[in-house]
Design a protein around this ligand. Structure first.
Ligand SMILES: [Zn+2]
Length: 356
């Protein structure tokens, strides 16, 4: 097994013994102020007059979007945006289905797209008539440019670009192409053990009504259930806006990372490639910490809990304990709650932007 070996990061603050409930926005707010208040202020001051571009690199399902959105939530959604290239491409289905919007897109591409693939072929690919054509980097860049042009200037966390080796070089010129010439850029690399990704997928549950996503093992609802026939525990949706339903497993999820092994390998190669780049500052985020280093580096509430279920008569008893996984080198580790990773992101970002 290979490994990225990112440095460990300490989120523990000496003398700060308060236990924060970081599963809720209010608790998180207090937590971030206590652990990184100074750095948050520095970022906010910087973003009054400036912006930056950050490239999120990490394996599929490593939580890139979660971290970026949480950072925006703390520093200011009016100043930071998470731009997912995958979502952008998916949204195109709607655009090409609408004659008005389709026309507008074609007009834009006529002016802004330059590449080897003919525009007709691209539109055919977008309309799903041709699955053989992979969307070229030149097109992705033109689309991102359109997206950026359509919104007020903000710091951007771009997720899903670069996605292949040839796109890594493009990213060196990306800020110039996007009109962010004078703004700093930075690579944010996320290292999550594959065992974590595997269990996130395997135990993932989704509400058939409101599409809320949870995890039987890692992110329970307040309404567990027990299926006698199958001798299995499950979750009921507890979203207050939802009438409530038994949450379901998506077909294929029981296979975990098996179907995406190749993709995970490519994602890792991509990160290794980006790590060798000169001239661009890099931020290293680790999702896991070896169990024997945990006391020294973090507070217990920053560790992802594992939920266990037990039947006592008719009642379901839900237990909670620190979740242990083997990292990619086989070291017994804890996985961090997203806010703890975001504290590391904030502190490294302040340094990368030279705001110390
Ligand atoms: Zn629901």
């Amino acid at each position: 097994m290979s490994s990225l070996n990112f440095p460990l990061f300490k989120t523990k603050v000496e003398g700060l013994d308060k236990k924060f409930d970081i599963t809720f926005p209010e608790g998180r707010k207090e937590y971030f102020q206590a652990k990184a208040g100074n750095e948050i202020k520095k970022l906010q001051d910087f973003l009054q007059e400036n912006s930056f571009i950050a490239y999120l690199l990490g394996k599929k399902n490593s939580g890139k979007g979660t971290y970026a959105k949480m950072l925006a939530e703390i520093v200011g959604n009016d100043k930071i945006v998470h731009l997912s290239v995958g979502d952008m491409i998916r949204d195109l289905d709607e655009v090409v289905a609408d004659p008005e919007k389709r026309k507008e897109l074609v007009e834009f591409l006529k002016k802004n797209y330059r590449g080897y693939l003919h525009l007709d072929e691209i539109m055919a690919a977008l309309e799903g008539r041709s699955t053989k054509v992979l969307l070229p980097s030149e097109l992705i860049l033109a689309l991102v440019k359109k997206k950026i042009a359509d919104m007020p200037k903000k710091a951007i966390f771009i997720d899903g670009f670069p996605r292949s080796m040839d796109q890594v070089s493009y990213s060196l010129f990306f800020r110039d192409l996007m009109g962010y010439r004078d703004d700093p850029d930075v690579f944010v690399m996320i290292d999550v053990p594959e065992a974590v990704i595997d269990e996130r997928i395997k135990y993932r549950l989704i509400c058939p009504l409101c599409k809320t996503s949870r995890n039987l093992k890692l992110l329970a609802t307040t309404k567990p259930g027990y299926d006698k026939q199958a001798d299995k525990f499950y979750l009921n949706c507890d979203n207050p806006e939802c009438p409530g339903a038994k949450m379901e497993t998506k077909e294929g999820d029981e296979l975990g990372i098996e179907p995406i092994k190749e993709r995970l390998k490519t994602d890792e190669e991509l990160m290794k490639q980006a790590m060798t780049l000169y001239g661009v500052p890099k931020i290293f985020l680790r999702n896991s910490v070896p169990v024997d280093k945990a006391i020294e580096l973090l507070d217990s509430y920053e560790i992802t809990p594992e939920y266990t279920y037990q039947l006592e008569g008719e009642e379901i008893k839900v237990g909670e304990k620190p979740w242990q996984v083997n990292d990619d080198e086989g070291v017994v580790s804890y996985s961090l709650m997203p806010p703890a990773v975001v504290v590391s992101l904030i502190k490294q970002l302040v340094e990368a932007l030279g705001l110390k």
